[in-house]
Design a binder for this molecule. Structure first.
Ligand SMILES: [Zn+2]
Length: 136
C-alpha cells in the first residue's frame, strides 16, 4: 500500500529517496531548518535495499508523466486561462464595435452616393433645360 510518511522509515535505504538518492528536503529551501517534505512509501521491500521509499520530487515527476498537475501550477494556469478569456472578450467587443462603425460608414457612403447621383441628375436636368433650344 502506497502512503505518505513524515520521514523515511528506519528500514529505507540510507534514509534517502530510492530513485534519486536525495535525503529528505526542507519544504522551503530558504529555510533548511523548517519543516521537511514528506516521503512516499511505495509499500515495497527489496531485499538488501530496504523499503522502497521516494521523495516528493520523484513522486511529482511520476504523477506528471501520468498527466497530473501540481495544484499551485493548476491555479497559475487557471489564472492565465482567465486572463486569455478576458483578452478574448475584449477583442470580441473591439471587433463588434469596429463592425458597427463599418456598418454606419457603409450606410453614410450609400447615402452620400445617392445624394451625389441625385445632385448630378438634377444638375444634368438643369443643364439640359438651360441648353434646350427654344423652338417657340
Ligand atoms: Zn527522489
Amino acid at each position: 500500500m502506497i502512503q505518505l510518511r513524515p520521514n523515511y522509515s528506519p528500514a529505507a535505504r540510507s534514509q534517502r529517496c530510492s530513485i534519486c538518492g536525495s535525503p529528505q528536503r526542507p519544504v522551503d529551501p530558504v529555510n533548511p531548518a523548517g519543516p521537511r517534505e514528506q516521503t512516499i512509501d511505495l509499500g515495497v521491500f527489496i531485499e538488501f535495499e530496504g523499503e522502497f521509499e521516494i521523495c516528493e520530487h520523484c513522486g511529482i515527476d511520476i504523477a506528471r508523466v501520468l498527466g497530473w498537475i501540481d495544484p499551485a501550477e493548476h491555479e497559475k494556469l487557471q489564472g492565465a486561462f482567465q486572463k486569455r478569456i478576458e483578452v478574448q472578450d475584449y477583442l470580441v467587443e473591439q471587433v463588434e464595435s469596429a463592425r458597427s462603425s463599418v456598418d454606419v460608414l457603409t450606410r453614410e457612403m450609400a447615402y452620400q452616393a445617392h445624394r451625389v447621383v441625385t445632385a448630378d441628375a438634377d444638375a444634368a436636368e438643369a443643364t439640359a433645360v438651360a441648353v434646350e433650344p427654344d423652338f417657340g
